[in-house]
Design a protein around this ligand. Sequence first.
Ligand SMILES: [Zn+2]
Ligand SMILES: [Zn+2]
Length: 292
Amino acid sequence: MQIDLDPDLGRGYKNPSQRVKAITEGWGRENLYCVACDSDAVAAERPGRPVIDFTCKECSEHYQLKSRSYPFSGQVRDAAYRPLADAVVNGTVPNFLFLQYDPDAWRVENLQLVPRFFMSLSALAEQKPLGPSARRSGHVLCNILLSQLPFDARIYIVRQVRVENKEMVRAQWTRFAFLKGKEHELRGWTANVLAEVRQLGKSTFSLKEFYEASQDRLSALHPENEHVRDKMRQQLQVLRDHGIVEFLGKGRYRQVRWCPECGHDFVPDALPRNGSGHRRLACPECGAWLWE
Ligand SMILES: [Zn+2]
Ligand SMILES: [Zn+2]
């Protein structure tokens, strides 16, 4: 994978966002690979096809590419709410690729993949209809809430101009691919509970601690559910069944981490967070420093 973009592909476009789209999609045609199978290319869809930009001809996974020149974090503005929400509900939502480029050097700075099975309605925020002065008055847009996803759902393909190992990227996808077959509401619960577990920032924790830290936020995300504690326990079991947490007995749990450098499972030591709320973990197998 090369990280250089070709600005010449944007020639002839007056509209800046169309120009960037031509440049980044041209890059994608040459450089993107499928994360879900061993295909080393994905095919561009015809221009103007809503929601989907690339498709893998081997396994039919779909990808949507979003590009901008500043970092993707917090909330990301997407297109219309209804088509995306429908796609989540009926299981046709694509994988999202968030590409941040350097507009001076014309290169890819960061490229993150959010697997489609991490997308649920609780990761979407419906916006107010556009006001009467807007060109598309009454149109309802949507934000994707990246900050609500666990870090496991944001897989780096390029991180700070470094191209990540392709097999490790695919292994990160595979680790959570068990979510694929699940209905959107259940997938949403797993993602939300995992995000809360990660946010605890502790290698071991008790059920009581977990309720105290996370029950209110999860109730707010799922107001229709009156049995939030049952759901939290049930989802910890799902995470246990797939090797993401361990049960220690007596209501205690331990987080298992997966090293994207070497693929080794390990239990991290609790480390303090830095100023921006991130923790640094060291993989005991390969010594790689990981951020969460
Ligand atoms: Zn594929
Ligand atoms: Zn490692």
